[in-house]
Design a protein around this ligand. Structure first.
Ligand SMILES: [Zn+2]
Length: 256
């Protein structure tokens, strides 16, 4: 039973800063820009009580200093982070209490080496930054493809009803790419139609569910015979292993 209210604050062109509230208290996840956060807090008369950071990129941390100075709130974030140090350094196995609800920290390196995610069983909620996207995953900037796949694999072990609060609205582009990788996936076509409707109405497609991602996200489907066949037919599958499949899909998307 979730007790926290979670809603998106739009920032830059396609970022979501997640606003977590309980009564008049709020946390934000990955604030890259201060103004949209301040507007959202003021509009609902909320007090900023904390900031969670998933990784160091500027579009996730650019507003941390200003919001902390304005509110006096504490900041949680990963160790060895170029945007740190934070008030509370958290890593795999750490627990963060967010407005009374426990979130556990998962290390998910790959997109960056400092990348962490925050997960609550009680809230059925995962804040995964730029690791897992709806229908996609982050680019592998600092880690290696096998490291990224291990991080994604860790997220797929979470309960199927876990809501995936990622940090970007990249869904339609991701799902169009997914159709190249798996043209006959009926779950994918259905989900793409649903997401197109949501975007036409200017609604977010985020969050999705972990259980659904397993059915259509090509970056999680390294065991799919159809995906492996497409890659083999295209001459893209250098090594028919889970890491080889993931690497080939990631390479394809990088150059698509
Ligand atoms: Zn990033």
């Amino acid at each position: 039973m979730s007790v926290l209210n979670i809603s998106p604050i739009r920032a830059f062109s396609d970022n979501y800063i997640w606003l977590i509230t309980r009564e008049n208290e709020a946390y934000v996840v990955d604030p890259g820009e201060p103004e949209p956060v301040t507007r959202a807090l003021d509009a609902a008369s909320l007090r900023l009580a904390g900031i969670l950071v998933t990784h160091h990129h500027f579009d996730h941390t650019g507003a941390v200093k200003a919001l902390k100075e304005a509110s006096g709130c504490d900041v949680w974030g990963p160790p060895d982070s170029p945007a740190g140090p934070y008030d509370h350094i958290v890593a795999e196995g750490s627990t963060v209490s967010v407005l009374g609800e426990d979130f556990s920290v998962l290390a998910v390196p790959g997109h960056t080496l400092d990348h962490i995610a925050y997960y609550s069983r009680g809230e059925q909620a995962l804040f995964c930054g730029d690791t897992l996207f709806v229908g996609g995953c982050g680019r592998v900037f600092e880690g290696t493809p096998p490291q990224m796949r291990a991080s994604l694999s860790k997220l797929t072990q979470l309960p199927a009803d876990t809501r995936v609060f990622c940090a970007h609205e990249y869904t339609l582009a991701n799902l169009h790419f997914a159709q190249l990788v798996e043209p006959d996936n009926a779950d994918l076509s259905r989900f793409l139609s649903a997401c197109e409707k949501r975007r036409q109405n200017n609604q977010p497609t985020v969050p999705s569910l972990i259980g659904d991602e397993l059915a259509y996200n090509p970056f999680l489907r390294w065991d799919s015979p159809a995906v492996r066949q497409t890659l083999a037919d295209a001459g893209r599958l250098i090594e028919d292993t889970p890491d080889g499949v993931f690497t080939a899909v990631r390479e394809w998307k990088n150059n698509a």
